[in-house]
Ligand binder design. Structure first.
Ligand code: SF4
Length: 391
């Protein structure tokens, strides 16, 4: 687990309160020590924050009244409520969260430094939350509205965990995908801290099998993720040919997909851990038989799944969605070659449930289209509206 400068956690007495959510057991232990609470108060705080989901320190009634008062002088729970909500006819819900900076208004409220989205996707008895890890993104994928918005900052573990605690379905979530705004492996320390809180016995106590992290393939951080977690992995692939992939995904230059696949081959995905590859189908770009055959060669022998994603066009991107028949033929060709391929059901299209659209509508992105331009369109750079299919 990546270390943190304590200044990030403990404000230096400048009058601002520090958020307790996003802290792991060790950090809560430091808070307990610093506020003169007994050592076991760290466990009490963790239970109130992550199990009982207390919204206020005052609710932590097994901590003494004086202890709570001392805590509240410098700390707050720190869940940020959503500022907008859209509900699709299929039940998918899209939440918009302000990202609050450390600067304060004269009245003491934290000032906004952007907005991010989280999407809740219901599917039978499952509820998957797709969370954001950054405000904007610096990967610059050309088919993605978030990529076009530029980069506005990393989310802290508190910002990420807050998404889980603030949605209306907080108590009934079954799965999580790091597929919202941002590249999670570009914010490795905070994302892994959030995953630690989600999976630790003192935290949410989720199995890592309930969590999938989606990446374009930032190699050094990917190796660490594969070594340090047991969560599922999804890789945005989109073309088996390096020059073509580079034309829509600048990351290909630093971290070619062939190297990403070679790294993945070093790990065991024959057991409970799964790897999948996201492949958005662009008409006339990556949907030919030649592409299917190259994809089969690239992934040959790897225990994996390919998710074929219908593209929803965005302004100033030259490719349209592949026709359904082409997608189905592509899927069948992969399946005949022994690679499990599925076509992902689109969810929440009527509420723009793909990454970057809602935040873009709210003008948080530098290059986002106006609400009118964006309305009714969505993008599937990553299929944020997709559903995870295993618990
Ligand atoms: S697809 Fe993902 S990695 Fe690429 S720009 Fe969009 S958010 Fe960033």
């Amino acid at each position: 687990m990546e270390g943190r400068n304590e200044d990030q956690i403990f404000n230096g007495g400048d009058g601002m309160k520090t958020r307790l959510i996003g802290m792991n057991a060790d950090e809560l232990g430091k808070v307990a020590r610093e506020t003169g609470l007994p050592k076991f108060a760290a466990g009490q705080m963790a239970r109130w924050l992550y199990v009982k989901k207390a919204g206020d320190i005052e609710m932590m009634t097994d901590i003494s009244k004086e202890g709570r008062q001392r805590l509240a002088e410098r700390y707050e729970v720190g869940v940020t409520g959503y500022s907008d909500l859209q509900i699709s006819s299929d039940g998918t819900k899209k939440y918009l969260f302000p990202v609050l900076g450390e600067h304060r208004s004269p009245s003491g409220d934290r000032l906004e430094r952007g907005a991010v989205e989280a999407v809740m996707i219901p599917d039978g008895d499952r509820s998957t939350l797709c969370v954001s890890s950054q405000s904007g993104c610096r990967m610059g994928c050309r088919f993605c509205m978030t990529g076009r918005q530029g980069f506005h900052g990393h989310l802290s573990a508190a910002d990420i965990i807050s998404q889980f605690l603030a949605v209306d379905e907080s108590d009934s979530l079954t799965n999580a995908v790091f597929m919202g705004m941002g590249e999670p492996l570009d914010n490795y320390g905070e994302v892994m801290r959030a995953i630690e809180i989600l999976t630790a016995p003192w935290g949410f106590a989720w199995s890592p099998k309930r969590i999938t992290l989606s990446t374009v393939g930032v190699l050094p951080a990917l190796r660490r993720f594969l070594d340090e977690s047991r969560c599922h992995l999804a890789v945005s692939l989109h073309s088996p040919f390096s020059d073509e992939r580079l034309s829509v995904m600048p990351v290909e230059k630093a971290y070619p997909i062939r190297d990403v696949v070679d790294l993945i081959r070093e790990y065991d995905f024959t057991g409970q851990r799964r790897v999948s590859f996201e492949y958005t189908m662009f008409s006339g770009f990556n949907d030919s038989r030649r592409h299917a055959d190259a994809l089969i060669r690239l992934l040959s022998g790897l225990e994996c799944r390919v998710n074929l994603i219908r593209f929803h066009s965005i302004p100033d991107f030259p490719y349209a969605a592949s026709p359904d028949l082409i997608i189905e033929n592509f899927r069948d060709r992969l399946n005949r070659a022994g690679i499990t391929a599925t076509i992902r059901a689109s969810r929440g299209e009527d509420i723009l449930a793909a990454c970057g659209m809602l935040a873009g509508r709210h003008g948080t992105g530098k290059n986002a289209g106006s609400g009118e331009e964006s309305a009714g369109k969505s993008v599937a750079g990553k299929s944020v509206a997709e559903k995870e299919d295993e618990s």
